[in-house]
Design a protein. Structure first.
Length: 132
């Protein structure tokens, strides 16, 4: 259940294509090889109201939270996190050059005792794979 939530400041509206960024994150997650394809979700939430640092205009942020299920050890989580963070950082490199941008990424583990899921996409992908 790798679910990515991307919050970003509205000040990025003219700077990035958020749809492309979602695809960069999805692709990087797939490339790690540790997440089930049918469980990957990437969503972006535009923050119209925000305050950053000293409040000056033109500052921007992008924060990624990845929620995953239990069962992956720290080394595996770090390797995946590093790969995804590097892909996003590389994609957003022009923003860092401005000196007015902040990027953060955190991984959170969901407790299976309090996390419910129902997903027909897994079965669809398995059926497509077995039937060519």
């Amino acid at each position: 259940m790798p679910h990515f939530s991307i919050e970003y400041s509205a000040s990025l509206d003219d700077e990035i294509d958020v749809g492309v960024l979602c695809e960069v994150v999805r692709h990087a997650a797939v490339q790690t090889g540790i997440f089930p394809l049918g469980g990957i979700r990437v969503r972006a939430i535009r923050c119209a109201h925000f305050a950053i640092a000293d409040g000056r205009a033109g500052l921007s942020f992008l924060d990624i939270l990845l929620r995953i299920g239990e069962g992956r050890d720290l080394a595996v989580r770090q390797k995946a996190g590093d790969a995804i963070f590097q892909a996003v950082s590389q994609h957003l490199e022009p923003l860092f050059a401005t000196g007015r941008f902040a990027l953060s990424f955190d991984i959170q583990i969901n407790d299976s005792a309090t996390s419910w899921k129902r997903n027909a996409i897994h079965d669809m992908l398995k059926a497509e794979t077995s039937h060519g």
